[in-house]
Design a protein around this ligand. Sequence first.
Ligand code: SDX
Length: 389
Amino acid sequence: MPKICKVTDKLGRTFEYNEGLEGVIATSSEICFIDGEKGKLLYRGIPIEQLAEHSTFEETSFFLLYGHLPSRDELEAYESRLKSYRPITGEILEFARKLGSLAKPMHLLRTIVSAAGVFDPDADNNSIERNAARAEELIALFPTIVAALQRLQQGKEPIAPNPDLGHAANFLYMLNGEQPNDYAARVFDICLILHAEHGFNASTFTARAVISTLTDMYSAVTAAIGSLKGPLHGGANEGVMHLLNEIGEIERTEEVVLEKLRTKTKIMGFGHRVYKALDPRAKILMQFSEKLAQLTGNEKYYNISKKVEEIMAREVGAKGIYPNVDFFSASVYHYLGIDTSLFTPIFAVSRVSGWTAHVLEQLHNNRLLRPRAVYLGEFDRSYIPMSER
Ligand code: SDX
């Protein structure tokens, strides 16, 4: 249930509001349906489980942007456009080189995407056609930018995109120059599907609020990256990996988790503003974590994750606190050989499809998003000259 805040202003008037806008409807949308009580998630009416089993990130991102599953020709043309948009241009690459070692990946991604808007002379052209093309360009560019930044931070040259590889496989290839095996590429492709869209989460709401002023898409996506970076949102998956490493050995799990709960420290990867049942994405990721643990022979991270889940179910399950999408994605990405610092940028690599789909939907029937706040400050104060202060 929403936490209702009841306040009285200095004129004696009483107001109530939902803390954190919990449960508040800001607009309507046709992109995503979430049943938090039953743990159900639909992208434009299709259950996430069916998309994870049958679709690809390319097909799912097309579906999110345009609202229908593409024909074979539409998908081939879309995939070809994405491949053509992958390479980062000279200016952006030079900008990335300058910034490369200065900050953490999410700060850099936010800055580079903002710079992409500077290098686009047509950035303020908000036509449907231009914004649809821009959405595709950003979906194609994010993996190249994230991989290039990672290589530069390692003191290595960025690896050019491989047009023979699909979206997911190409990202893994650009990280280390090696083509991933088919299973790893497919698991990562499904991770991208699972993270693509999730209704009015904080970063998507941010994107919609920004674009509702009729500014440009780069501004909306840059703001969304900043929101996703936060540890209460997309930044949680890195926090999960730090937790698993802090626990270190399964025997320490109970002690570490109970101490955190005792000190009211949030366990990263658990809880959700909407889900009060198991996040359906966590269920799928848990299965991949188990399989990858067996394939790699390094079952520690999966076993510790399951132990944390067991303890949290016992201690706080009754409060509707379950693993969310971030909890098992941490061990899956680790098993795929991905550096922890890339976990949240990878969330952005996927969610840029949901953000841009929502930006297009907001522009289709826009009204400025501008809520209110109850004023609890003073009334009837007068200016006091400095000499009298
Ligand atoms: C994502 O919105 C989306 O759709 C987001 C997302 C997406 O796809 O876009 O699903 C992705 O961001 C998932 C969430 C990732 N964040 C984390 O894993 C960080 C840890 N989780 C918590 O910070 C928290 O659960 C939130 C922020 C996710 C939701 O918080 P709410 O709805 O504001 O709930 P709350 O903080 O008011 O907590 C309610 C109660 C509190 O206990 P009481 O004070 O009532 O006794 O539940 C407790 C909290 O202490 N609680 C937790 C907890 N999460 C909530 N206790 C321990 N560990 C946690 N993780």
